[in-house]
Design a protein around this ligand. Structure first.
Ligand code: UTP
Length: 228
């Protein structure tokens, strides 16, 4: 059975736009396909993490402390998906890769949030992909693939259907530091999938039909990142 890690940004899971409706539908889809693939889901922090990070920074917190706050929010978001998934999911967000791998022995779906300061949940998903021997990693994000530039800012940005690992690294490194949510994939995550050759599929996460196809390894609308 294929092992699939899905990185879902908080901006996809809880953007404050029909969140309940989306989470219920996402959980139904994941439960329906959970017998076909071994599933690990890594949930991001989104706007709630950004709110607390900004507030904490204005109060004088250092960046690593703010990362810890971000990690706590990713785990709160992860709990929302755990509630919706019910019995099939490990009952808490796994806090380490070892915990996630142990939990996967008894649960078809295991959810994680962040782990350590200094990176984002995309990098967590990539590292978990290495540890779990993932067949593929799905980046469920707010754009429908990898573009030559940020499509929300640059009207000339072109969508790429296929990119190599080194092209992905180049595109992810181009973005100015601190821009967080505008990066299609965390540069550290990009380096990790590259070093282990983990096929990475970038898909619009709110489009559940396309997300399902990507998870199952079927042709989908988005970008495939691989060594070829
Ligand atoms: P996200 O993974 O959600 O970051 O983690 P993001 O890419 O900025 O946001 P979205 O969800 O895709 O919109 C939120 C914050 O939590 C901290 C970082 O500060 C990150 O920006 N974090 C998260 C860590 O420090 N370590 C982790 O492992 C995960």
């Amino acid at each position: 059975m294929d092992t699939v890690v899905v990185s879902i940004g908080g901006s996809i899971l809880v953007p404050d736009d029909d969140d309940k409706d989306y989470i219920v539908k996402l959980a139904k889809m994941l439960n329906r396909i959970s017998g076909k693939v071994r599933l690990f889901i890594v949930v991001g922090g989104g706007r709630i993490a950004r709110y607390y990070i900004k507030l904490g920074r204005s109060l004088g917190a250092d960046e690593s402390y703010l990362d810890d706050i971000g990690i706590e929010v990713t785990r709160l978001n992860a709990r929302m998906l755990i509630i919706a998934l019910g019995e099939s999911a490990y009952h808490v967000p796994a806090e380490t890769f070892n915990e996630a791998l142990s939990a996967a022995k008894n649960h078809p779906i295991v959810i994680m949030g962040g782990t350590h300061p200094g990176h984002t949940t995309d990098a967590v998903a990539a590292m978990l992909g290495e540890r779990a021997g993932a067949t593929r990693l799905i980046n469920a994000t707010s754009v429908n693939g990898v573009y030559t530039a940020d499509p929300k800012k640059d009207p000339k940005a072109k969508r790429l259907k296929k990119v190599t690992f080194s092209q992905l690294i180049e595109i992810c490194m181009k973005v100015e530091p601190g821009a967080g949510p505008n990066v299609v994939f965390d540069p550290l995550g990009a380096k990790i999938v590259a070093r282990s050759g983990i096929k990475t599929l970038v898909v619009q996460g709110r489009d559940l039909a396309e997300l399902e196809k990507a998870i199952l390894g079927k042709p989908f609308d988005g970008t495939v990142v691989s060594g070829e």
